[in-house]
Design a protein around this ligand. Structure first.
Ligand SMILES: *Cc1c(COP(=O)(O)O)cnc(C)c1O
Length: 379
């Protein structure tokens, strides 16, 4: 085995991977149209269903070559019947991305916007469905990765189903970390990419969804060629292959990552992420940093932190100091507030976070940033 430098990525994906996942990409050259490769994808697709406890009789996973955003594009452009609208339950950057996808395709939509620091008001969601019988899709994001806020998907899904609509959830930053159960969580479609919860490489994304709905979408308006869900699903059924060239190496890595996922186990893995998350909070508390989102509303994977009001604070400098020492931290994604993020993704554990905070503290001292850090609006 080669000696590969280990970096601790505290950014919201791609995540730190194991060496065994990295090495799984080094295989003899293969044409992905060979049966051997189709067999690999067949098992991978079934394993993805297992991650979200989806019955293969009822659900299918469909693979795409692209980053996670391809799933948002695919679901919205493919699953909306003619004369129907999308309702986006929006309290963050990723649901806003779905709104942009609707705009780009000219899909009719309602952008039901809530503050990015709060969970959506379910009564308002229901009211909107009641008043708009032409809504065909309810869409939201499970963990708003920009802030780390958890959305009550099970409850939103129940409302969506009460009004006979399809419920699509962007689970990119929870799947294979925070446990998900398609049926119990009232999800018709969810999605992720290989480099987040699964701790694999970039380039492979997947949608998991209700087969009946995918089959019905065969006759819906066709708004994209490369990103049509039915076309890709149908091609898999007929040939066992992706319609176009798959990300071969990432698929090998993901097969290994899934093996490691099932070896670690759903609840042990979630417990590990929780341990990391708690260690992040402990480290932040010790240095006096403040969260953006109330603790009880956080999804347990991303902590969004307010910049201190210290004249010497410079995120880029602190980032560079940590980066040079093997720790990657990430800027925030809230336009109105200066924040950075620390995430509990990847093949890391509590000790890595403790090691990180030693370095972060050094960085603060090096740049003469006051500890505990200071905020102007002291309570
Ligand atoms: C990472 C992520 C995506 C996908 O982003 P890409 O940059 O396309 O990989 C989508 N939704 C959520 C919630 C995410 O965290």
């Amino acid at each position: 085995m080669m000696n590969i430098k280990r970096n601790v990525l505290l950014n919201p994906g791609p995540a730190t991977t194991t060496d065994t996942v990295k090495m799984a990409q080094i295989v003899p050259d293969i044409c992905p149209r060979e049966k051997e490769f189709a067999d690999l994808m067949k098992q991978l697709r079934l394993d993805l269903l297992k991650v979200v406890h989806a019955d293969p009789e009822k659900y299918a996973s469909v693979l795409f070559c692209g980053s996670g955003t391809i799933n948002i594009d695919v679901c919205l452009n493919s699953l909306l019947p003619a004369n129907k609208k999308v309702l986006v339950v929006n309290n963050g950057a990723y649901s806003s991305r779905a709104v942009e996808v609707c705009e780009y395709y000219g899909l009719p939509f309602i952008n039901l916007q809530f503050p990015y620091t709060q969970q959506p008001d379910l009564e308002q969601v229901e009211e909107t469905l009641k008043n708009n019988p032409d809504i065909g899709i309810v869409y939201t994001t499970h963990n708003e990765t920009g802030t780390g806020l958890l959305n009550p998907i099970r409850e939103i899904g129940a409302i969506a189903h009460k009004y006979n609509t399809i419920f699509i959830v962007d689970t990119t930053s929870t799947l294979a970390m925070r446990p998900i159960n398609m049926q119990e969580d009232n999800i018709d479609f969810c999605m992720a990419s290989a480099q987040k919860g699964l701790m694999s490489m970039t380039g492979l994304s997947f949608v998991i969804g209700n087969k009946q709905v995918i089959e019905a979408s065969k006759d819906y308006p066709k708004r994209s060629y490369y990103c049509n869900l039915y076309l890709q699903y149908d091609y898999f059924n007929k040939t066992g292959e992706m319609h176009f060239t798959p990300p071969v190496q990432t698929i090998y890595a993901t097969v290994q990552a899934l093996k490691e996922y099932f070896e670690e186990g759903e609840s042990a893995k979630w417990a590990r992420h929780t341990r990391i998350f708690n260690a992040i909070h402990a480290g932040l508390d010790e240095l006096g940093f403040k969260d953006v989102i109330k603790r009880e509303l956080q999804a347990g994977l991303v902590v969004s932190v307010l910049y201190p009001d210290d004249p010497n604070w410079d995120f880029q400098k602190v980032h560079d100091y940590c980066y040079e020492r093997g720790f990657t931290i990430y800027p925030g994604k809230i336009s109105s507030t200066n924040t950075f993020r620390l995430c509990a993704l990847g093949a890391i554990d509590e000790q890595d976070v403790k090691d990180f905070f030693v370095v972060l503290k050094e960085a603060l001292m090096y740049y003469k940033i006051q500890i505990p850090v200071i905020y102007k609006d002291k309570e």
